[in-house]
Design a protein around this ligand. Structure first.
Ligand SMILES: *Cc1c(COP(=O)(O)O)cnc(C)c1O
Length: 482
């Protein structure tokens, strides 16, 4: 499946599913989009879906469900304790991820809360390939900190490095030697590093990290939220694994971690998550947190219907035709836009296409939030809602100074089996128009800035009336009806 060509003379992806339930979309006129942006504080999180045409803000909890998942949801076993739905999820976790003991949680960050409270004490440092926003927030909340150890070239946005998510092994060893194992609660590997463009790590790299963990007696924790797609890219990009099944690759990777946790919102369902391990003593250490924060041990804050959907969804991650849909559409989007001179993060990763906003808006300073401005401008000209992944998504240091992000990205998420190829072409067309008119994009500044996870609730405003000028130009080119 990985390298199938569907067309004789071109390399286009093909939908390998049919659409049986549809939802009407609204493409509201540009004046309404501008008004909506103002109401939202120029933060795409503040928009209502009534004003959004294509919702590409995230892949979280919005993947299309399969007929088999929906069928399973109808057979769910309602019970506070001892539900058979949970038994089915346990079985799926064991079959697909190879771990026997499962703690259910209501979503990925809840797993991070449990891990942080159980294993991290003040002053601890967690080495990782790269952080995710909620991971960092939970580690900071318990007095710990993080260090990111991807190779220097992982942050080169336009590159042909197939595994930018790899941990730099020399950096990891040097860090452990300097810090001392007593201050390191665990090593964390994130599959398909979300914040640097959904970039995978290789199996080879995971093996090397495991070797270091063994040498120093450290625990290895895997964030498997985007593991299915990481495994798919391993199959495509790592020669030794090209002939293996998705199941082999998934089990190989999870087998190297002491603890695996995941957000089922990304992996297979609309909500939920889990923490799993084969080490009973680790399971017992974390167990007490579940009734405290999540719910009883056999539902963990999820409905039994969601638990059923997760169980079926886990088995579906073994199906390459299902997993391949989003990465192949992203690859098409990235490569087509790149060929038009739009600065994209390459190689194409998973979960979405990423636009390099620093280069797109090279006339803006980084403290004018180019990625936030680009997200707003793109919504204005297209009705497509993307997400800022840059300094707005970062946090200030203790002195209150802005910490400029490594990269300023506009992320356009491509949830699984939700969009058609013509919708992707519309995205490319509007990106091209905006790129031609990029000098009209101006900066943003805060009007309301919360202390924690400010990118969710924060509000901003344009530093000039640039959104109006952009709207005027749009009307010149497209008329008044769009
Ligand atoms: C989304 C995500 C999380 C958090 O999961 P939620 O279900 O949104 O709480 C953690 N890690 C990674 C890599 C993610 O992509």
């Amino acid at each position: 499946m990985s390298n199938v060509k569907f067309y004789k003379n071109q390399d286009l992806p093909l939908e390998l599913h049919k659409v049986r339930i549809v939802q009407k979309l609204h493409l509201v006129p540009i004046e309404r989009r501008l008004a909506a942006l103002k109401e939202a504080g120029f933060n795409t999180f503040g928009l209502s879906t009534n004003d959004v045409f294509l919702d590409m803000i995230t892949d979280s909890g919005v993947n299309a469900m399969s007929d088999n998942q929906l069928a399973a949801m109808m057979q769910a076993d309602d019970a506070y304790a001892g539900s058979q739905s949970f038994v089915r999820m346990q079985k799926a976790v064991e079959d697909v991820l190879g771990k026997r003991y499962l703690l259910p949680v209501h979503q990925g960050r809840a797993a991070e809360n449990v891990l942080a409270r159980t294993f991290i004490k003040p002053g601890d440092v967690v080495p990782m390939n790269y952080h995710f926003t909620t991971t960092l927030a939970h580690i900071l909340e318990v007095g710990g900190s993080i260090v990111e150890l991807v190779s220097d070239n992982a942050l080169e946005l336009h590159s042909d490095n197939p595994f930018k998510g790899n941990m730099d092994i020399d950096k990891l060893v040097a860090f452990i030697e300097e810090t001392g194992v007593e201050k390191i609660p665990f090593i964390r590997m994130e599959a398909s590093t979300n914040l640097i463009g959904g970039q995978p790590f290789s199996v080879r790299n995971m093996l090397d990290v495991r070797q270091v963990a063994d040498k120093y007696g450290l625990m290895l924790v895997l964030d498997a939220s985007l593991l299915g797609e990481n495994a798919f890219l391993v199959k495509q990009r790592e020669k030794e694994w090209a002939e293996n099944s998705m199941g082999d690759i998934l089990k190989m990777i999870t087998g190297l971690a002491d603890i695996v946790y995941f957000s089922a919102r990304k992996l297979s369902s609309s909500r939920g998550g889990g923490i799993c391990t084969n080490r009973h003593e680790l399971y017992q250490k974390m167990e007490v947190m579940i009734p405290l924060f999540e719910g009883f041990l056999t539902y963990g804050g999820m409905s039994v219907r969601e638990i059923e959907a997760i169980a079926v969804g886990l088995y579906e991650t073994l199906d390459e035709t299902m997993i391949s849909q989003s990465p192949t559409f992203i690859k098409y989007l990235v490569e087509t836009a790149d060929a038009k001179g739009i600065p994209m993060v390459t190689p194409a990763g998973v979960l979405g296409a990423h636009v390099n906003a620093m280069e797109f808006c090279d006339h803006l300073r980084q403290d004018e939030y180019p990625a936030g401005a680009l997200a707003a401008a793109f919504f204005l000209c297209s009705g497509v809602r993307g997400m800022e992944r840059g300094t707005v998504s970062s946090v200030r240091d203790e002195a209150g100074n802005e910490v400029l992000s490594d990269a300023e990205l506009l992320r356009l998420a491509v949830p699984r089996r939700v969009f058609t190829l013509s919708q992707i072409n519309y995205v490319i067309d509007r990106l091209e128009w905006l790129h031609d008119n990029r000098k009209l994009i101006g900066g943003l500044r805060w009007t309301y800035e919360p202390r924690v996870l400010r990118f969710f609730m924060g509000k901003l405003e344009p530093t000039s009336n640039w959104p109006h000028r952009l709207m005027e130009k749009f009307r010149e080119d497209f008329g008044d009806s769009l």
